[in-house]
Ligand binder design. Structure first.
Ligand code: SF4
Length: 456
């Protein structure tokens, strides 16, 4: 049997999909290269934006067509849109199964080890000999991922979120913030490095809150890791440099838990890359309070300045929501001015849309007209393009170290340590290799270059 996984959303979902693939390959499934060739489809969903949810609910026609082509096709859905693990055969369904009867199974990602049981519910003829280990039912992090890229891997270090931003559904779908044991993370990273990983990205909803949540403190497991368990974890992983690890990244940190100890640690480590994605969401304190972000504009700016003081040239990107409930023209102007001042390297801008079940959907008014949200998005996007182009042009003439992840013929694409996408040509096979590239030109969202002489 063949499987195909369609992943939406963030790095956490990419990493989760690798664990789903790990389970399926253990059950005897093989990966299909096209959706049409699969007998089992998994949609790993994102709930951050209405658009992301619409992409899934808009699939109905296509799924019906695929069902007509393959009567035995089974379809599962997981990720942030799912609250209940169930199948069409269980009495109490996740509500998405009622809205989309083409789906057979819904599972919370934390319950992925129950997939064999759910598949057998919808097809009793299926026989699986190698079932997931016992421990993976309680702790899905114990599932070995099927890596899509051996030289650059994602490693989840926590799940859930306690931050309760008023617009976000994650705390309700993923549940309470819980961190993974440090020894388990170090063991997994060591295995990846021994298998050839040069770059590791630690992922979690608020990755720098590692070990600090209510559940973590109650467990007592992180008591010995000091005031910043995340800094302790980074120091432990940095020691993998000796085994071949060259780059350590993490996404996404929450400004509230960006302590001085963590910033000082970043400055010390050999593997840490000069790129941080730190969501700000708004440049206005009143909006930030309505969003329940728990920091103010000055605090965010201070953290950014401190990071750039200890890691000179550190690229910083962010997320901004425009048109949040009650956002006035003046509040938006504050965000615009903050962008002009901080000049983020990149920004993911979204228009606010209420997510069902969140505080903002239930208790605040989505009162910014769609046309105003559009106008604000376009204005900010124009500024983003202008600043990104200037930042890219500043790299012309520099030599950047690039980890190659794509090569089609002689066209190579990879990322620099600053997370800039770099395009260049080479006749040699370079996927998974670190090479030096001389930057010769810049485009809106990537850089052009040629292999530097130092590689030969
Ligand atoms: S920090 Fe806020 S936006 Fe991020 S996952 Fe948690 S609740 Fe959602």
């Amino acid at each position: 049997m063949k499987y195909f996984i369609q992943t939406y959303g963030c790095a956490m979902n990419t990493s989760d999909s690798e664990r789903v693939a790990g389970i399926l390959e253990r059950l005897g499934f093989t990966r299909a290269t096209r959706i049409e060739a699969a007998d089992f489809l998994v949609f790993n969903t994102c709930s951050v934006k209405q658009k992301a949810e619409d992409k899934v609910t808009g699939l109905r026609k296509n799924l019906a067509r695929l069902h007509r082509q393959n009567r035995d096709l089974k379809i599962a859905v997981t990720g942030c849109m799912i609250r209940k693990t169930s199948s069409q055969k269980t009495a109490e369904h996740d509500s998405l199964l009622d809205v989309m009867p083409e789906m057979d199974i819904a599972f919370r990602i934390e319950d992925v080890a129950r997939l064999p049981e759910l598949l057998k519910q919808v097809d009793p003829a299926l026989v699986f000999e190698d079932l997931p280990d016992e421990g993976t039912l309680e702790n899905y992090f114990k599932i070995a991922p099927k890596k899509s890229n051996a030289s650059s891997v994602f490693v989840p270090i926590m799940t859930g979120c306690d931050k309760m931003c008023t617009y976000c559904i994650v705390p309700f779908t993923r549940g309470r913030e819980t961190s993974r044991d440090m020894s388990e993370i170090v063991d997994e990273c060591t295995r990846h490095v021994e298998e050839g990983a040069l770059e590791i990205t630690l992922v979690g909803q608020t990755v720098n809150s590692y070990g600090l949540s209510f559940t973590d403190r109650k467990s007592g497991k992180f008591a010995e890791l000091g005031k910043s368990p995340f800094a302790t974890l980074l120091r432990a992983l940095d020691s993998l440099y000796g085994k071949g690890l060259r780059r350590l990244r993490f996404t996404s940190p929450h400004p509230r838990d960006f302590s001085d100890e963590l910033i000082a640690t970043l400055a010390e480590l050999k593997t840490i890359c000069p790129y941080i994605h730190m969501p700000v969401q708004s440049g206005d304190n009143r909006t930030l309070r309505r969003m329940n972000r728990n920091y103010n504009v000055e605090e965010y700016k201070t953290i950014m300045r401190k990071i750039q003081a200890v890691i000179p040239g550190c690229a910083i990107s962010t997320d901004i929501i425009v048109g949040f409930c009650g956002e006035t023209d003046e509040e938006f102007e504050n965000t615009y001015r903050m962008y002009e001042e901080l000049r983020w390297d990149l920004c993911f801008i979204s228009r606010y849309s209420p997510r069902k079940g969140t505080y903002s959907q239930k208790s605040l008014k989505d009162d910014v007209p769609a046309a105003t949200k559009d106008a604000r998005w376009h204005r900010l996007n124009a500024l983003l393009k202008e600043i990104t182009a200037q930042k890219h042009a500043a790299h012309i003439g520099q030599t950047l170290e690039v980890l190659v992840d794509t090569q089609i013929g002689a066209s190579c694409i990879g990322r620099s340590r600053e997370f800039k996408e770099v395009h260049f040509r080479s006749g040699r096979p370079l996927i998974g290799k670190l090479v030096n590239v001389q930057i010769t030109g810049s485009r809106e969202f990537y850089l052009d270059g040629e292999l530097a002489r130092s590689n030969s």
